[in-house]
Write a new protein. Structure first.
Length: 292
């Protein structure tokens, strides 16, 4: 645990911590909670360290609304009610060839300073750095974050896409295909990321990329509950190290009130959804350093 980063979150206060080890799908998961010794009812920092093979993930690692952590890390940062961060490190010595570190503050973000919000990310990266040293991990580590990206979803024209939708839509064919807007997050190496493509008829195609433990979890769920992805398109892609097999998915949402015959999932207003998924997967895989 990055004690110095936790102490900075609590403005230098003496700390008290409680931790335990739990098991998930046969693998140990380390959990720890930290708070200021003088304020037991105040903010709490939480930390999880798990091998990628313990594929149940949560928080920033599985949320497509997260932004890339940046600063050279494979990771995500998320603010819903409270700030959360996730970091993935290559580690051949661990099951799944990787280490997943999750952190969050149990305090509402409105009650935290901007510096405390950044400290949640630093608590993740520097705890990952210490854990990587402990387990003898060989993965490349990033830098201590100087800032976090709090950018919300951005709706743009296909030609103006600059984030997770960049390179997904053939802008020359967008008008002919009935594509009006895309909704995206900043592009980077988030552990789960998404792009939505909207059509003139009110339909929407949601494209999502999953990496590391997030990919393992999504593949597991789709295999176990195949009825939940009826009509969706999926494709895997081989990556390196802890990312292992990336997983890309396209889900078609028909316009409200439309019949099942409207814009069939196989070939709708965007022309060929399979081509849309291919372009999204290629752009995302390149950002994440996965081989062609």
């Amino acid at each position: 645990m990055a004690t110095d980063e936790a102490r900075a979150f609590f403005s230098g206060a003496d700390l008290k911590a409680r931790g335990h080890t739990s098991e998930w799908v046969g693998h140990d998961v380390e959990r720890c909670s930290v708070w200021a010794r003088s304020d037991a009812s105040g903010p709490v920092l939480r930390l999880q360290i798990r091998p990628v093979a313990a594929h149940r993930t949560s928080g920033a690692a599985e949320e497509a609304s997260a932004t890339p952590l940046g600063h050279g890390w494979n990771g995500s940062f998320l603010i819903r009610k409270n700030p959360e961060a996730a970091v993935l490190v290559d580690c051949d010595s661990l099951p799944g060839k990787g280490l997943l570190v999750l952190t969050e503050s149990a305090e509402d973000v409105e009650d935290l300073s901007e510096q405390q919000v950044i400290q949640v990310a630093r608590f993740a990266t520097e705890s990952a750095r210490l854990a990587a040293k402990h387990f003898g991990c060989q993965g490349t580590l990033g830098e201590r974050p100087a800032r976090v990206d709090r950018t919300d979803w951005q709706k743009r024209s296909p030609a103006s896409a600059a984030g997770t939708c960049r390179g997904v839509v053939d802008t020359r064919a967008a008008s002919r295909a009935g594509i009006t807007t895309v909704t995206e997050k900043p592009a980077g190496r988030a552990l789960t990321e998404s792009c939505s493509v909207e059509t003139a008829g009110g339909g929407r195609y949601r494209l999502t990329a999953y990496y590391g433990a997030s990919a393992k979890q999504e593949i597991h769920l789709d295999t176990r509950y195949p009825g939940s992805v009826k009509g969706a398109l999926m494709r895997p892609h081989t990556c390196r190290g802890a990312m292992e097999t990336a997983y890309y998915k396209l889900v078609h949402y028909r316009p409200s009130g439309a019949s099942d015959s409207a814009e069939p999932a196989g070939r709708g207003a965007v022309g060929d959804p399979q081509k849309l998924l291919e372009r999204f997967a290629a752009a995302s895989a390149e950002r994440h350093g996965c081989p062609r």
